[in-house]
Design a protein around this ligand. Structure first.
Ligand SMILES: Nc1ncnc2c1ncn2[C@@H]1O[C@H](COP(=O)(O)OP(=O)(O)OP(=O)(O)O)[C@@H](O)[C@H]1O
Ligand SMILES: [Mg+2]
Length: 529
């Protein structure tokens, strides 16, 4: 659309002339002979420039100028002035913001057209600038809002991060730590975030100066697939850690990050192993119990025939033959002991409800070991806690456990002798339910090598030429049936401690005088000690 110019003059001739000149240049011309009419037109039509005479009856040019500027500060106004109003025109220019003034009569049309053109351009520029500034202001506002939202999301994310109890660390492709939660900060052992953020993950997590040799991050970035693996604890190699890497892909090539989650799964693994062992023990118990039972009858026959054949009254035997028969009988006895052990192992749980005082049971049990301990040059120390709560369970089974632990300790220390210390203790307040009672048997023997510590509770694991490897697995089973735990603590070269933990009943322990207690020799024949 053509630019619209509003011309105002009380002189009709001048209005006609101006219209003629401007229309020739393709401007649309609107006209008014009075200031008041001009303002009415200005308010109702889109106007790009106002040209007004200075001196008019009624509303004069200066007033028109002021009124126009009030209505639209960006509007340009050119004033036409005769000699009489020349000073007013200068004032209009200087003080009231007129664009230009032209003197009447118009001598140079070009001056008018040039001024009109420039005034319209100036107005356009100002309007455009104003629009741009508005847009810019809006953009700044939007940016501020988005920044605030981002800040809020970052704070929310950090709170969620911190709320997770497992260490979480976000690293970029250069393995630089970008974000981490409280648990991860605690994991690094470093005091403040500044020591961790923007540092390489291998430095803050593993204390290394170079990338870890088996680092899985590059592969996770490449494949964009999460990776899970287990490893020894970085801070404590005795712990087992599960590490999960979740790559976060970016649209920009060679960018992106990954979240690393570290979980301590040591306890989980222990429980799994215990469950697996319990499962193995249960099926092994059934199987071996069946086999042992079937061997018993033919073995009884062999025993009987060996007795008949070695009968001195019926057969005349040489001393060598008698010696061989003696060997046969010894081995039959040994097989019987093994069968007895296997059947014990397979025995279904006995529902017992004896209230047992572990101190008393320990004193009774060790009595029978006194001569063997003396002969083996082993000192025995009892460190029994007073007022220990009673435990409920199978007294014969528990005595078997104590005997197994003491015999293992004696066998472990061998010819060289040493010391055995049996300790009882309890957690919580005496006499209350849910307390745990502990029985520990410590020796000063060679200890159990680390790589065997998991196996020693497995049936048939033995390092002894004549051992059955069932002592500890039977003990484990007995303790488990009574709701307790059986654990080992051993540092190779620094002795061994077996720890039995049993739930206390809270009732008063019964006196064990009436409790049947096997003698060591009976124990030996019964359990192969
Ligand atoms: N106090 C100990 N010190 C060192 N090693 C031990 C100790 N107690 C047990 N062990 C190890 O654990 C293994 C298994 O013990 P366990 O009592 O189950 O069977 P065993 O003693 O070998 O045979 P048995 O069935 O005759 O008891 C032993 O062979 C030994 O290697
Ligand atoms: Mg043993």
């Amino acid at each position: 659309m053509n630019e619209q110019i509003l011309i105002i003059d009380d002189d009709l001739e001048i209005l006609d002339m101006l219209e003629l000149i401007l229309a020739r240049e393709d401007y649309t011309v609107l006209r008014a002979q009075k200031g008041e009419d001009a303002i009415a037109v200005f308010q109702s039509k889109p106007i790009d420039l106002v040209i007004t005479d200075m001196s008019m009856p009624g509303m004069g040019g200066l007033e028109v100028l002021k009124a126009v500027k009030r209505l639209d500060a960006n509007m340009e106004v050119i004033v036409l002035t005769g000699n009489a109003t020349f000073e007013n025109a200068v004032q209009a220019l200087k003080e009231d913001g007129a664009f230009n003034y032209l003197t009447k009569p118009l001598e140079n049309i070009e001056d008018l057209l040039f001024s009109a053109k420039r005034a319209i351009e100036k107005r356009k520029l100002r309007v455009e600038n104003k629009t741009l500034i508005e847009e810019l202001k809006n953009e700044v506002e939007i940016r501020k809002t988005v920044e605030n939202q981002l800040l809020q999301s970052k704070t929310n994310l950090q709170s969620v991060f911190d709320g997770i109890s497992e260490p979480l660390i976000m690293v970029d492709r250069n393995l630089t730590v970008k974000v981490l939660n409280e648990a991860a900060k605690a994991y690094t052992g470093l005091a403040c975030y500044q020591d961790i953020i923007e540092k390489p993950c291998y430095a803050v997590l593993a204390g290394k100066s170079d990338v870890c040799s088996n680092c899985r991050l590059p592969m996770a970035f490449l494949t964009r697939n999460p990776a899970t693996f287990e490893r020894k604890g970085l801070k404590d190699p005795a712990r087992i850690e599960e590490v999960v890497i979740y790559p976060i892909c970016s649209k920009i090539e060679n960018e992106g990050s990954a979240i690393i989650r570290i979980s301590d799964i040591t306890e989980e693994r222990k429980i799994e192993e215990q469950l697996m062992r319990a499962d193995r023990l249960a099926s092994l118990g059934q199987l071996s119990g069946g086999i042992a039972h079937e061997i018993r009858n033919p073995l009884a026959s062999i025993n009987l025939f060996a007795d008949i054949l070695s009968d001195q009254e019926k057969f005349q035997r040489s001393s060598q033959e008698n010696e061989l028969f003696g060997e046969i009988k010894d081995n039959i006895n040994r097989i019987e002991k093994i069968i007895k052990r296997v059947l014990d192992f397979a025995k279904p749980p006995v529902a017992t409800s004896d209230n047992i005082d572990l101190n008393e049971l320990t004193r009774e049990s060790v009595k029978f070991w006194s001569s063997k301990l003396r002969k083996s040059n082993i000192g025995l120390k009892l460190d029994l806690k007073d007022d220990i709560p009673a435990v409920q369970g199978d007294v014969i089974g528990l005595q078997q456990v104590i005997n197994n632990m003491v015999l293992n300790a004696i066998e472990a220390m061998g010819e060289g002798g040493g010391d055995i210390r049996i300790r009882t203790s309890f957690s919580g307040i005496a006499g209350e339910n849910q307390d745990t009672v502990y029985l520990q048997v410590c020796d000063t023997g060679p200890g159990v090598p680390k790589d065997q510590q998991e196996d020693i509770f497995n049936p048939f694991f033995t390092t002894k030429p004549t051992g059955t490897g069932l002592g500890l697995s039977i003990s484990h089973q007995i303790i488990k049936r009574q709701g307790g735990t059986f654990a080992l603590e051993s540092n190779p070269g620094a002795g061994t401690t077996f720890i039995v933990a049993l739930p206390a009943t809270g009732s008063n322990p019964q006196q064990l005088d009436s409790v049947p207690v096997d003698s060591p020799s009976a124990g030996a024949s019964a359990y192969g000690f």
